[in-house]
Design a protein around this ligand. Sequence first.
Ligand code: ZN
Length: 497
Amino acid sequence: MSQTTEQKFLELLKEQSSYGEAIGLMAWDMRTKAPRKGIEGRSEVIGVMSQKVHEIQTSDEMRQYIDELKKKDLDPILKRAVEEAEETYNKTDKIPTDEYRAYVTLQTKAESMWGEAKSNNDFESFRPYLEELVEYNRKFADYWGYENHRYDALLHNYEPGVTVEVLDEVFPKVRKALSALLQQIKEAPNQPDPSVLKGHFPKDRQAEFSEVILERMGYDFEAGRLDETVHPFAIGLNTNDVRVTTKYDEKDFRTAVFGTIHEGGHALYEQNIDPKLAFTPLADGTSMGIHESQSLFWENFIARSEGFWRNHYELFKNYAPEHFQHLPLEKFYPAVNEVKPSLIRIEADELTYCLHIMVRYELEKALIAGEIEVKDLPELWNQKMNDYLGVTPESDAEGVLQDIHWSGGDFGYFPSYALGYMYAAQMNAKMRDEIDVDRYIEEGDFQKIKEWLTENVHQYGKMKKPLQILNDVTGEGLNPDYIISYLTNKYKKIYQF
Ligand code: ZN
């Protein structure tokens, strides 16, 4: 008997996701265990296999199956898989092949030029590449199409459904509230003392604590593993193989503790996607922002809470240097929640992090709209940092050149970080209406919390779009009040104002 179109389509998707899994495994290996000399060759292999994925996604065969299946009455999973495959097909199809090739070459070149420019603190040497990248992104956005703002077409790649209109409504509210809060914190009488957290934390003890915490979160070590890397990440090869990495700083335990929990939040998402979606493009997080909501939920709303440390501080002391035995929780908890405006986004605390994102969002939106030019960036960057955070970079290396994103042509990505935080705050409030979150945190029993997230978010993979998930979970659209009230209440208590 010959195969139906449904079967042939699913087989093609399986081929595509198999290449994806192989690429993922090689990428994990390159970033964790691979010998240094093997890296260059391995990158080439990844390049060849990525090309194969691209060919499948844009093949005539794929187009034919999409067209045939669109006419049929399909089950919900197949229907969404067809939509997803069509979106990918169209996205690539709208860009002329020669322009796409030139862009890929430019990306690679620009990334290495950025690396050099950053270490030499030399924006000028990177400027021409960034100008070209911006130009391409403007052009691609026009090919893809948009209704109101050209930048919407780029946002769509990371956070489908979110537009400039949405962001311009909520971001300024968050920015103003956080700036005011920051001012109150600076003037507050009770300032935490982070120097009490100093000490020597042996790597193996940190690794043991990280494992205990991941277990407690419900991370399945039978379907994953924990390794050490310079830049922590989580990677889902399939739902039964989701790996986490972390970084151990022997002088500062916070890097590994909060880093592991953050990546663990990403991993729980991938481990708990409905197995029925396996081997389709739907077996993945639905957007950058929803993914980040899961990691930030665990990192901030759980692991930076007072209840968490009331339960885990005794356990933590088993793995910490001697002097923590005499450090009371009343000093420890505020210290791990210190707010301090800094120049570098990835070192930012829970409160000022969003302000770093606002700086980037406003600049890249204006760039893509053609309202500002690349040459204006360093000055505008410094000005906004001063306006929003009250700190001014002394060099472009710790200013406009600090992040890799733009050098890879990733415009429209940054807002996902702040959105993830806002989604997490909104879900956190809803979860608290439904289950006794504080009690579970204090008891160190996260089972119900994990189940709530799986039921409301994880299982769906890409079956639902980000704002649909938010709406279904919380009964409303994006609402900035949740993040504002969460941070206000928390820091009023810590800083006592
Ligand atoms: Zn993350």
